[in-house]
Every structure is written in structure tokens, then in C-alpha cells.
Design a protein around this ligand. Structure first.
Ligand code: MN
Length: 224
């Protein structure tokens, strides 16, 4: 009886792993933690419906293909050779997993000295960087993302991608390692901000997780 139970449980686990290679990490704060800047209902729908759908559809799209055994990084860096469903959903999964971590309810987090210097070197000042990043998000026509990334020489740059593309993909013009991304799909802000994307972009700076962006920066440059 006991053995049968264990066998049955193992089969369940095996099936889960086979069907769900990728999964969402838990949101690192409550849905209402960013209230005032991003409302709880938007966070809940965004995480539990939109982002959940990307990972479910990614797992569906790669089922029975060699991508099932690849890392997300491998899939993204080869995405030009893969179906659109893989591009859209692998991008969607990666982008959202990054997005949750670069936001925080913690007030006044600060970039590390190294990142602060790199921002000054690349953009002239923190304010000039923020302006450029917000503009990248505001100017994105339709749905997409604004990014702060590290290029192959270790230099910071701001870019924007359509849909769920990102700078790790071999299909994008400006390639690099993203360390900060802002989702400018309407699903990220419409309930609270309606058509006022610029107000949402301004509010992002109140909940930016500079500790996490600094950690990602140092990780990216250590690999150069
Ligand atoms: Mn989104």
C-alpha cells in the first residue's frame, strides 16, 4: 500500500516536472505592497493571470521539443529559430520574473557606488538616466518594455523592445543583459492610470528596487 502510494506520488511529480519546466517564483511582496504607485488589483491580475499565462503557454509551446531541456537564457538567445509562441511566451516569462524583483515597497533604496558611477558615466546624471528611461517607455508605440542593460563591453544603455521581446534575444538590435525593465503594456497600469502612461512611469521611480538592480549590474559585469 505504502509502496503504491509512493509510486503514485512519484508519477505525479514526474508528470508535473515533464509538463511544467518553467514556473513563476512567488511575488516577493503582497499584491497591495506597492499601493499608491501600483494598485493591488493590477498587481494581482498582472501576476496571477497575465504572467501566469506566459509561463503556462511557454511550457505548452516547448513540450516535446529540445527547448524543454534548455535554460531560459538558451531559448532567448536562439529565439530567431523558434516559433512565435516560444518567442512571445519565453520573453513574457523572463520579463515578468525580472520585473517583480526590480520593484519594492522599501523606500529610498539606493544604487551601489559602482552602479551610480556607471550611470553617471553613461548618461551624465541619475536624473538624465531617469528621463531617458521614462522616455523609452513613453515612446514605445503599443505594448512593450523599457530597459536598462549592460552591453558586451560592460557599458550601460537604455533601449525599448516591442511586445515581450528583450535585449537577451538574438532578434533585437540592441543586445545586452537587462538589469532593469519597465513593463509598458496597458495591463501593467490601465486600471489605475488609464491612458496616462507617463504618470505610471513617474510612479515607478517611487518603487524602484535599486538594491536588486545593483546586484544584477554587478553580476552582469562580473561575467564580462
Ligand atoms: Mn506585463
Amino acid at each position: 500500500m505504502k509502496i503504491l502510494k509512493i509510486a503514485a506520488l512519484s508519477a505525479v511529480f514526474a508528470a508535473q516536472f515533464a509538463l511544467a519546466q518553467f514556473k513563476q517564483t512567488p511575488l516577493p511582496y503582497a499584491y497591495n505592497a506597492l499601493e499608491g504607485n501600483i494598485d493591488a488589483q493590477t498587481m494581482e491580475i498582472h501576476y496571477s493571470k497575465h504572467a501566469a499565462a506566459y509561463v503556462a503557454n511557454l511550457n505548452k509551446a516547448i513540450a516535446g521539443t529540445p527547448q524543454e531541456k534548455q535554460t531560459l537564457f538558451q531559448i532567448l538567445s536562439n529565439v530567431s529559430k523558434l516559433p512565435a509562441a516560444v518567442r512571445n511566451n519565453a520573453g513574457g516569462h523572463y520579463n515578468h520574473e525580472l520585473f517583480w524583483t526590480v520593484l519594492t515597497p522599501e523606500k529610498n533604496t539606493q544604487p551601489s557606488a559602482k552602479l551610480a558611477k556607471a550611470i553617471n558615466d553613461a548618461f551624465g546624471s541619475m536624473d538624465a538616466f531617469k528621463e531617458k528611461m521614462s522616455k523609452a517607455g513613453a515612446d514605445r508605440f503599443g505594448s512593450g518594455w523599457a530597459w536598462l542593460s549592460v552591453d558586451k563591453n560592460g557599458k550601460l544603455f537604455v533601449s525599448s523592445t516591442p511586445n515581450q521581446d528583450n535585449p537577451l534575444m538574438d532578434v533585437v538590435e540592441e543586445k545586452g543583459t537587462p538589469i532593469f525593465g519597465i513593463d509598458v503594456w496597458e495591463h501593467a497600469y490601465y486600471l489605475k492610470y488609464q491612458n496616462k502612461r507617463a504618470d505610471y512611469l513617474a510612479a515607478i521611480w517611487n518603487v524602484t528596487n535599486w538594491k536588486e538592480i545593483s546586484r544584477r549590474y554587478e553580476e552582469a559585469i562580473s561575467k564580462k
